[in-house]
Design a protein around this ligand. Structure first.
Ligand SMILES: Cc1cc2nc3c(=O)[nH]c(=O)nc-3n(C[C@H](O)[C@H](O)[C@H](O)COP(=O)(O)O)c2cc1C
Ligand code: SF4
Length: 797
């Protein structure tokens, strides 16, 4: 039996029938409103324009304070740049946030950087991007910018859209974490020491599977020859080499260049190359664009080192990070997308010429050279294939030879400001501070104490202002040209000598009015008796160095020549020198790289070869190792290494000298401070230990003399310990007689009288006939020079 419904349940049923339609409608409406609102908010969050409109505004070059400069042509013509010109209401399809972004949200909330998102352990099929930060640096500042830049990259959250809304509400359009590429920690590389073939003929090979590379280049500009030239030449040669694909770096994910330059010194912004503000960075940008087929991730940025280069670099980095993030999200730059119109023209031309070349059979090359017509079909007449020299590029052979230091160059101005007289186009002469000191009767340099050279009769000069090192202690790096090969016009040796002597005498004349000048010495000073070829640069670089030396000797001027052990061929060709020096700035490869910063990649092999050559010359002339001690660089734990080198080169003498500190911004930039200057006691201690190490090896050397005044000590071969006395002084008259006789002779044939008692080790080395003047100052026992007057011996002199 069915029970009859109660009155209450009947009421409820009636109520439901009456209200069900409005209730369901209301619920559906609320649900729709909430969902639509959430979607709207999510949409806005993704597209919220950057807080500061300037953040993505490409007109960065317009900033008056020198911050990131984007030349007009990039703004207007570069498609990649056009891509970056975001308007506040973008038109492209919205990016939507996926479930994979939960992690991103958490990290964004916790304030972690975006890179950290991508640098954890990922599945092995994970795509990744390896960023290389390449730089070149002559005086060290770009190296510092590059290191800092790599540290800062992705260290802060990006200025990209706000964190994602709740995961489940938003459908996915951005690739999930396995599709999104992760960034591997950036690798910083110095272009000056890199085997460029490994990175710039084809992209660097990467160990990580599924990885591509992005090349970021920080490039300084130098009007003078610098390592950047070699890099640009490499890019140019790669591009022009018909055996290599025209776009060999096309498989890179992208590249971008940041230039560092001095706008005050080089205000001209138009054009490329040295002499233009950031001209060489522009050149690098252009070559990279060609080699990659226009894969410019972000337009070139530029920083003025006399302005706010740090700020410009930071701003460029922020924009770049956004572009890189896009890249990681799968937004690739297609080939040619980043080519500017000029690049496109060049590429088209190159492709045109290459395609013609491919039609030419090797056998036809001879014909094509002999006749002007471009052969497009195989000639039946040509038989023997012509040899093709792959080592010569037409560009190099047709290059116009320049002057090393042109009169209108800033290098000329900088060197003359430092007191150098520039002779011809590549030589220099300068009055050494010891020459001035000797004229006033205040003491000669260590060469007087050790070898009998009167400083007021000595001329310090160099026939090559250019050098192939960038030693940290050098006074001139940053002002003197650097290069590995002689690629300038050559002045005749008689003109160089004439000019140097005139320049020297002119400076002596100017000393006439200086208080305390001794009349007898002033008169004597107009007959130069000695020439120190050690001022700055590398004298044996000069192609006519032997003729130049012969001219000195003809005038009975002795020659002391210091070389940097980087040019074995020239060293081997060197004829007689009164005393031949090799700078030994470190005892092992790493230390030498750190202190001399050589341009030659095979610097250590060159260095060792020079020691062999020196050994071979030891029976013909006096040979010397010159050690310059720099605390924190080449003293600690290196005694045994130096002893090994002495055993290899067997020099007649080892001069040990504490580095001189000049306190210029250049030396500071190179990481040198007063802390790196050893006290005289420390130099003495080093010399004692070195002497012991030589004894232990059974080598016949002893500590012979000292010149405490300039922190210099002499270790000599026992060959010069004659009749129980050191004989380190030279018989100059005898040297010239032997030369003029024309017979073979050796260093022991022109040994002079015994070393003066006051100069012998233990007696200080100051001639009592002179008046010693002590400097006031805190750093007693350290050699401090007065910069920038530059009245000092050179870093290698
Ligand atoms: C001799 C010399 C030549 C220079 N030539 C240029 C130049 O042509 N254009 C430019 O923008 N900056 C020029 N500069 C400025 C350098 O590019 C700038 O100082 C840069 O920071 C040096 O970088 P580095 O310390 O890494 O070698 C020159 C500097 C020197 C000392
Ligand atoms: S110290 Fe001498 S070898 Fe070294 S960079 Fe200067 S000039 Fe060249």
């Amino acid at each position: 039996m069915v029970e009859a419904p109660t009155t209450r349940s009947l009421d409820l049923l009636e109520l439901w029938h009456t209200a069900r339609i409005p209730t369901i409608t209301a619920f559906v409406a609320i649900y729709l409103i909430v969902t639509l609102r959430r979607r709207y908010l999510a949409h806005r969050a993704v597209y919220e324009p950057p807080r500061s409109p300037s953040k993505l505004e490409p007109q960065l070059s317009a900033k008056p304070d020198g911050t990131v400069l984007l030349p007009q042509k990039f703004e207007d013509t570069s498609p990649s740049n056009k891509r970056r010109k975001l308007s506040p209401t973008p038109k492209r399809e919205p990016k939507r946030i996926t479930g994979g972004e939960v992690r991103k949200k958490k990290i964004a909330e916790s304030g972690e950087s975006d890179t950290s998102v991508t640098q954890h352990n990922e599945p092995t099929n994970q795509k990744s991007i390896q960023i290389f930060v390449f730089y070149s640096s002559l005086t060290g500042s770009t190296a510092k910018y590059a290191e800092q830049f790599a540290k800062d990259l992705f260290s802060k959250p990006l200025h990209t859209p706000s964190p994602a809304p709740p995961v489940t509400d938003v459908p996915s359009a951005v690739p999930d974490s396995s599709e999104r590429a992760v960034f591997l920690p950036p690798i910083v590389e110095n272009l000056d020491y890199l085997d460029l073939d490994d990175y710039f003929i084809s992209p660097a090979s990467l160990k990580t599977p599924n990885a591509t590379s992005v090349y970021l280049l920080l490039i300084p500009t130098y009007e003078i020859t610098s390592p950047v030239d070699a890099f640009l030449e490499h890019l140019s040669e790669t591009h022009h080499d018909f055996r290599i694909d025209t776009r060999p770096l096309r498989s890179l994910a992208g590249f971008s260049v940041f230039g560092l330059g001095d706008k005050e010194g080089w205000p001209n912004e138009e054009g490329r190359g040295g002499g233009i503000f950031c001209g060489q960075a522009k050149e690098a940008d252009r070559w990279m664009s060609k080699l990659t087929g226009g894969k410019r991730v972000f337009p070139i940025g530029m920083g003025d080192v006399k302005g706010d280069a740090t700020g410009s670099l930071a701003e460029w980095r922020e924009h770049l990070e956004i572009a890189l993030n896009d890249l990681a999200n799968g937004e690739s730059i297609t080939e040619s997308q980043g080519l500017d119109s000029e690049d496109e023209e060049d590429v088209a031309q190159d492709e045109g010429s290459n395609s013609k070349e491919t039609l030419v059979d090797v056998e036809d090359i001879g014909n094509s050279i002999r006749s002007d017509s471009t052969p497009t079909t195989k000639s039946k007449k040509s038989k023997a294939p012509l040899p093709v020299d792959f080592t010569i590029t037409s560009k190099r052979s047709s290059a116009k030879v320049k002057e090393m230091v042109p009169k209108d160059s800033p290098t000329y101005t900088a060197l003359t400001k430092q007191g150098y007289t520039i002779v011809g186009s590549h030589s220099g002469v300068k009055l050494c501070r010891w020459t001035k000191s000797a004229l006033r009767g205040r003491g000669s340099c260590y060469k007087y104490s050790f070898y009998g050279i009167k400083s007021h009769l000595c001329m310090e000069t160099t026939p090559s202002l250019s050098c192939s090192n960038k030693c940290v202690f050098c006074w001139r790096h940053g002002t003197n040209p650097v290069s590995t090969t002689w690629n300038w016009t050559v002045d005749a040796p008689d003109l160089v000598l004439q000019g140097a002597m005139e320049g020297h005498y002119k400076k002596i004349k100017m000393m006439k009015g200086v208080p305390g000048i001794r009349a007898d010495r002033f008169a004597e000073a107009f007959t130069i008796r000695h020439c120190a070829l050690s001022l700055v640069g590398e004298p044996i670089f000069y192609p006519h160095i032997n003729e130049f030396l012969a001219m000195l000797h003809e005038r009975h001027i002795s020659s002391f020549l210091v070389c940097n052990a980087q040019h074995p061929d020239q060293l081997a060709r060197l004829k007689y020198v009164t005393q031949l020096y090799v700078s030994i700035d470190a005892s092992n490869k790493e230390s030498l790289r750190r202190i001399d910063r050589p341009l030659h990649r095979d610097f250590w092999e060159r260095f060792m070869k020079c020691l062999e050559i020196l050994r071979a010359k030891k029976d013909r002339m006096r040979t010397v190792f010159r050690l310059t001690l720099v605390k924190g660089f080449n003293i600690e734990d290196e005694v045994e290494g130096y002893a090994d080198l002495v055993e290899k080169g067997l020099p007649a003498f080892v001069e040990v000298k504490g580095v001189t500190y000049c306190g210029t911004s250049t030396s500071v930039g190179a990481g040198l401070s007063m802390q790196n200057v050893p006290f005289y006691e420390e130099v003495c201690e080093f010399v004692r230990r070195l002497n012991e190490a030589l004894q232990k090896r059974g080598l016949g050397y002893g500590i012979a003399a000292e010149h405490a005044h300039s922190c210099c000590i002499l270790i000599a071969s026992n060959d010069y310990y004659i009749n129980n006395k050191w004989h380190t002084v030279i018989d100059y008259k005898k040297f010239f007689e032997l030369l003029e006789k024309g017979d073979e002779f050796g260093p022991l044939d022109y040994v002079g009288p015994p070393t003066a008692e006051w100069a012998v080790w233990g007696n200080g080395g100051f001639d009592p006939a002179d008046e010693r003047v002590y400097r006031k100052g805190k750093n007693k026992g350290k050699v401090i020079e007065e910069a920038p007057s530059g009245e000092a011996e050179s870093g290698c002199g």
